[in-house]
Design a protein around this ligand. Structure first.
Ligand code: IMP
Ligand code: MG
Length: 174
């Protein structure tokens, strides 16, 4: 198996520091008693979700949702489908969708529509990475870790054809 070379873009330390800041902001923004659901989008968000959840200083509930919009390559197929639904009702609850990266915006546009129909009390998005140049659909990301240039990245949960999710840093696939 030959894998393409990888160039570190965001170190483990910078990621950790930024997530501490995001956790503090989110903690300050959700001071109410209402349950706060973190909805992780599988699979890419799993490491970010684990670290962000622990950076938030209040109780959170965890849910996962499965969405697929990409094939095995580097660009969107334009097609989105729900591959795993939530287990719990989010009606009347605060919901924070946790995503690894926002690229074209196709995935989140679809997901927000689906989740809004479930009547949450609030619905926001936290994404570790944002590639604003690539946007095809307008999506407002409430909490962004890092805006990055238009390059394909892996690590810290993100994959290239399922490889490299376990890298500690975010790296560019050359
Ligand atoms: P969107 O629907 O185009 O915004 O795509 C979002 C999804 O595409 C993300 O959740 C990732 O799974 C995937 N994706 C987009 N850009 C990258 C990248 O640079 N590396 C790895 N996955 C990516
Ligand atoms: Mg994803």
């Amino acid at each position: 198996m030959s894998l393409p070379p990888l160039r570190p873009l965001i170190t483990e330390e910078r990621i950790a520091a930024r997530i501490r800041e995001m956790g503090a902001t989110i903690t300050a923004d959700y001071q109410d008693e209402a349950p706060l659901y973190l909805v992780g989008i599988l699979k890419g968000s799993f490491i970010f979700l684990a670290d962000l959840a622990r950076a938030i200083d209040r109780s959170v509930r965890l849910e996962f949702i499965g969405i697929s919009s990409y094939g095995k390559g580097k660009s969107t197929s334009g097609e989105v489908k729900l591959t795993k639904d939530l287990d719990a009702s989010i009606e009347g609850c605060d919901v924070l969708v946790v995503e690894d990266i926002v690229d074209s915006g196709v995935t989140l546009t679809y997901l927000l529509k689906v989740l809004q129909q479930r009547k949450p009390r609030s619905l926001r998005i936290a994404a570790l990475l944002d590639k604003p140049e690539r946007r095809q659909r307008p999506v407002h990301v409430d909490y962004v870790g890092f805006a990055i240039p238009d390059e394909f990245v892996v690590g810290y949960g993100l994959d290239y054809a399922e490889d490299h999710r376990n890298l500690k840093a975010v790296c560019v696939v050359e």
